[in-house]
Design a protein around this ligand. Structure first.
Ligand code: SF4
Length: 500
């Protein structure tokens, strides 16, 4: 499919630009993961939280007899939407405009931030309330607004915890998953104005403290910024699903509402939405339906926000769409099911991924949005066990996409080098050896020398702890098995000749 250019534009960026937004980490995944793995409290917090969500999800998904058919329907609707994206986006713009809203097109993070800052400035407000939005985190909107002297207050409880602690989210749906309730009480006591000094770490007490704090903000805020889980092209309706009701306060009380939405969040019709409103809550929080599902279509005089804006964000998505193997990532409905089943995520947490999108989908989406070379370690942040594919409600084959991205990275590296890497040279030598039966047999006989450096682990299993350079990179984090004393071919020949 050839990427289309939105109206009024002559060109699109290939990927999300550097220096703005939160798609690139300061460290590679292995370096960041090493620090996370050294924190036992973090691993306990993550292990407890993901195990709980996993069990809830499995129970409610198991109740739906046609779950696989629903998954297939979700995938098919998203594929159809992506195929017709240019036409559907134009239809959405027409419907939103006809309903009294204003649509803005943002090629990248910098443009989206500039648009939102200009809109907030025009209201004269110096504070905005926000309903949790991955798109605004992706573009670094809070930081951009802060530079313009505007404070953005997160109102999702977990986002608020992360913001008060000057921390970063580490999960798509549960941004403070890496914190336990005692840590949260300490954060409230240290950073929340007027909080009861005797506040306990009981969940209800913490929720009530946050409620009191946020209620004052909701009643005075003039501008709200939101994301959107879905947008219905046929009617120009936007939707946010959430668990706390704080989002709904943002969406209804302020005078001005600005929504920043990735262009892939579209569905063509209300009937299509029905499928996702079944898939999302069960996959995300293990609930049969969301406690709060809000819809809004343009402006309704005397009711709700009177100035409504929609910022349609590209920021690399068109580049993803142009990749016929990679575009399935745009089906993602950000449910987090793949994070909660991932053995790598469970041990490292979200910060190790560097990007605002962690876990298996982050390992795919972040390198696609930034270009693989800017997030080159992420496609390797996986055991390729396939648990994410099984859990994904829109059947994104994440393991195959990770392999696809690894291939892109290896090819880019090879093209950029005049001298091949040790690994590339070793692979070439292995290919040469394996392409000839006598060479391969000779190599197998020679490899038996390796038995001499094998050591018994104490259970009768002999392993090689350290290989000489340049192969020591392999044994730096794992043992290597000792070569067998007899190859299969030798054994077979002996069997045929009656000597084995
Ligand atoms: S990739 Fe699938 S499982 Fe992961 S967040 Fe997206 S929709 Fe959910």
């Amino acid at each position: 499919m050839t990427p289309q250019v939105p109206p009024g534009r002559t060109s699109l960026p290939v990927v999300s630009p550097r220096g703005v937004g939160q798609l690139r980490g300061a460290q590679s995944f292995p370096d960041a993961a090493r620090g996370a793995l050294a924190d036992p409290q973090l691993r306990r917090n993550l292990g407890n939280a993901t195990a709980t969500i996993r069990a809830k999800r499995e129970a409610v998904v198991g109740e739906v007899p046609d779950w696989q058919a629903l998954r297939a329907a979700g995938a098919a609707i998203k594929d159809d939407t992506l195929r017709r994206l240019p036409e559907l986006l134009v239809r959405l713009e027409e419907r939103v405009t006809a309903a009294g809203g204003t649509v803005h097109w943002a090629r990248d993070a910098a443009e989206a931030n500039a648009i939102v800052t200009r809109l907030v400035r025009a209201t004269g407000a110096d504070e905005v309330v926000k309903v949790k939005s991955m798109a605004t985190q992706e573009i670094g909107l809070n930081e951009a607004l802060a530079e313009a002297g505007i404070h953005a207050l997160e109102t999702d409880l977990a986002e608020l915890i992360v913001q008060l602690a000057d921390d970063r989210p580490s999960h798509i749906l549960v941004p403070a998953i890496h914190r336990n309730r005692t840590e949260i009480r300490d954060i409230f006591l240290a950073h929340m104005a007027d909080v009861d000094p005797d506040l306990t770490d009981e969940p209800r007490a913490l929720a009530m403290a946050a409620r009191r704090y946020l209620r004052r903000k909701f009643l005075t805020a003039r501008v709200a910024v939101s994301g959107a889980n879905f947008a219905v092209a046929d009617t120009g309706t936007l939707s946010v699903v959430e668990s706390e009701g704080n989002g709904r306060m943002c969406l209804t009380l302020p005078e001005t509402l600005i929504t920043v939405m990735g262009i892939e969040k579209l569905v063509p019709t209300w009937e299509d939405l029905e499928v996702f409103l079944q898939l999302l809550p069960r996959s995300a929080t293990g609930e049969r339906m969301n406690p709060y599902t809000s819809f809004w279509t343009g402006v309704h005089p005397g009711d709700g926000p009177q100035d409504v804006h929609l910022v349609l964000l590209d920021n690399g998505r068109t580049a993803v769409l142009a990749d016929e193997y990679g575009r399935d990532a745009l089906r993602c409905i950000r449910c987090s099911a793949c994070l909660n089943v991932c053995p790598v995520y469970e041990r490292t947490g979200g910060h190790a991924y560097g990007s605002v999108y962690p876990g298996p989908i982050g390992a795919v989406l972040s390198p696609q949005l930034t270009g693989v070379e800017d997030n080159a370690s992420l496609p390797y942040a996986s055991s390729l066990c396939g648990a994410c594919f099984d859990a994904c409600p829109v059947a994104i084959d994440i393991p195959s996409m990770l392999v696809h991205l690894r291939e892109q990275h290896v090819e880019a590296q090879a093209a950029a080098r005049t001298v091949p890497t040790v690994e590339a040279a070793a692979m070439k030598a292995a290919a040469w050896m394996m392409s000839d039966a006598s060479r391969w047999s000779g190599a197998q006989r020679a490899a038996r020398v390796g038995r001499l450096i094998g050591r018994d682990r104490g259970d009768g299993d002999r392993r090689i702890r350290t290989l000489p350079p340049p192969m020591n990179g392999w044994t730096a984090t794992r043992d290597a098995p000792v070569p067998a004393s007899q190859s299969f071919r030798d054994w077979w020949r002996g069997r045929e000749e009656g000597t084995t």
